[in-house]
Design a protein around this ligand. Structure first.
Ligand SMILES: [Fe+2]
Length: 222
């Protein structure tokens, strides 16, 4: 999938390029030239390696698109039967994942395996041997205003409930789906380049009232 394409339905870059290609020969090449003039800040793909592209100078957000896995969803959903909580652990990736799961009432092997995998990948991405993992049961708007985080890189994954919302280059608000993994470039990341505004989805108003989320956030520890 080309840089910046976040969907294939009407309105997506892929859809428009296919439509242009059908309408007039050579149109897709013209569109590609125009796209180069306005670099997109978002990359997405179905392989975890897409997250590595966050280090490109013209990328502000990398999204690993992955589908909901039932074993993860079941384990994560059981945690939402508890009152809202926040657990934070800073350690080497594998130990951080293990300690995080030990702090849950029941050790969920599926969650542990996924936490460990994400923490290990993020540790490599951020060149940080120690990571800070924060697991939250969120029932409010949390970070409800669009913002850029004051960190270098940040990984976010919502296991249950509506995912993080972000603003695409066209100004449209998009929402991550459950289990998708995002790495955002923050204001402390060295160098210039795009930063992608994002926020927690509003749970106090609109169509999401009453919903809960289980969110994992991973940062580097200097
Ligand atoms: Fe944020």
């Amino acid at each position: 999938m080309a840089r910046g394409e976040v969907g294939r339905g009407p309105g997506s870059a892929a859809y428009e390029r296919r439509k242009m290609h059908t309408m007039m020969p050579g149109a897709s090449r013209l569109l590609l030239v125009r796209r180069r003039e306005v670099p997109s800040a978002i990359v997405s793909g179905f392989m975890p390696s897409v997250l590595d592209r966050i280090h490109s100078s013209d990328t502000g957000l990398a999204i690993w698109r992955r589908f909901t896995r039932l074993n993860l969803l079941v384990s994560a959903s059981t945690l939402l039967t508890r009152p809202p909580f926040t657990l934070t652990i800073a350690d080497a990736p594998e130990m951080a994942a293990r300690r995080l799961c030990h702090d849950l009432l029941l050790f969920h092997w599926a969650l542990y395996a996924d936490f460990r995998r994400l923490a290990t990948r993020f540790s490599t991405l951020a060149a940080s041997p120690v990571v800070r993992m924060r697991l939250e049961h969120v029932t409010d708007d949390s970070c409800g205003k669009f913002h850029v985080d004051a960190v270098g890189l940040r990984l976010l994954c919502t296991y249950v409930g509506p995912g993080t919302e972000w603003v695409d280059p066209g100004g449209k608000i998009r929402r991550m789906t459950t289990m998708e993994v995002a790495v955002f470039k923050g204001s402390a990341f060295p160098g210039a380049g795009p930063r992608v505004l994002h926020r927690s989805p509003p749970l106090s108003t609109g169509t999401l009232v009453g919903q809960s989320r289980l969110v994992l956030c991973i940062d580097a520890v200097p």
